[in-house]
Design a protein around this ligand. Structure first.
Ligand code: GLU
Length: 336
């Protein structure tokens, strides 16, 4: 199908009307227009809805995540940055430069962080901008990237078996994960919260006993909500978008994960909203295979540039301003 053009042919009134329609389409498509939450209940589908593929109910208890006991967020101090396209000989970055592309593991369904623009088909978002900054520092070109789509549960293994150079997918730095992979300094601080439909009456974790609560498999969100409310009936899915579908089909009562991810889901459905207090902090880091300390220092140098140049705030304002004013990027703590 040929792309539809908004042409202003014919008389002046038709031209004005065309421009107005173009403007309206562009504003809606770019998210500049938001629709108010309706006061009516959401539409109800009768009949049995199939669950998203891979959904599992009443999953077993998992340990709560933690990053404090092992100083997980302390990362390696960056050195002087090499000139783009001239990486130090025999370094991990020189191998990537020689291969001709940076292989980045991420998701393409995480609205705001990494998702496909429905109009251009481009993969974009806050995490994508972090990946593009790393590509720019290696190749002097932000788009020299091959994306590998990963679910939350696949991130660690993709780094362990070196099928990606980096994972940039809302990946929290935790003590458990640092046993298998390395992390950059934290580039974003999120808070775990709850997403519920407006009609559910759920306003916080106190109301979750016996309720079906959804989270993506492999996420830290599961262990934390189970430790706060052990009577929760945990439902896991492959992606976060699956959790929204299950809420819309009344197959779960709520979803829980980082506020930034939930805000991206809430943006797609006016009947759902974030409720309750923060259940715990999650610091996002770039995941890097263990043993590549040169790459950790290099990525930390890239993140330092984003923080000090003001680019981090530009990225926040572009993608995450829906969360309100930012308190800024986490301040990195380094070891030598
Ligand atoms: N930040 C959480 C984690 O790393 C959830 C994010 C996700 O599943 O993408 O497990």
């Amino acid at each position: 199908m040929r792309p539809r053009r908004c042409s202003a042919s014919g008389g002046r009134r038709r031209a004005v009307a065309s421009v107005m329609i173009c403007l309206a389409i562009c504003l809606v498509a770019t998210g500049c227009v938001r629709f108010a939450a309706p006061s009516s209940p959401p539409p109800i589908a009768f009949g049995v809805q199939p669950s998203p593929a891979g959904a599992e109910t009443d999953v077993a208890r998992e340990p709560a995540p933690n990053s404090e006991n092992c100083d997980a967020t302390v990362s390696l101090r960056p050195g002087p940055m090499p000139v783009p396209a001239q990486m130090p000989i025999r370094s991990t970055m020189a191998d990537i430069l020689g291969r001709g592309r940076l292989i980045v593991g991420l998701d393409i369904g995480s609205n705001l962080f990494s998702f496909r623009d429905p109009i251009t088909g481009d993969i974009q978002g806050f995490d994508v901008d972090i990946a593009r900054a790393i590509s720019k520092a290696i190749f002097d070109e932000p788009g020299t990237i091959e994306y590998r789509v990963l679910s939350s549960a696949e991130r660690t293994q993709a780094l362990v078996d070196h099928s990606v150079d980096v994972v940039v997918k809302t990946m929290s730095i935790t003590c458990d994960r640092t046993r298998e992979v390395s992390f950059s300094s934290p580039y974003y601080a999120a808070s775990q919260r709850i997403l519920a439909t407006q009609m559910s009456g759920i306003t916080g974790p106190d109301q979750l006993a016996g309720k079906r609560v959804c989270a993506a498999r492999g996420a830290t969100s599961i262990g934390r909500i189970q430790s706060i409310e052990p009577r929760v009936r945990m439902v896991t899915t492959t992606t976060w978008a699956d959790c929204l579908v299950m809420m819309q089909q009344a197959q779960v009562d709520a979803a829980t994960t980082d506020d930034a991810i939930l805000a991206g889901l809430a943006e797609q459905d006016p009947w759902v909203r974030l409720v309750g207090p923060s259940l715990g902090e999650e610091y996002y880091g770039v995941g890097i295979p263990k043993g590549q300390d040169d790459m950790v220092r290099f990525v930390n140098g890239v993140l330092d540039q984003l923080r000090t140049s003001g680019q981090w705030y530009q990225m926040y304002n572009r993608w995450l301003s829906i969360l309100g004013p930012s308190s800024g990027p986490p301040i990195p703590v380094y070891r030598d």
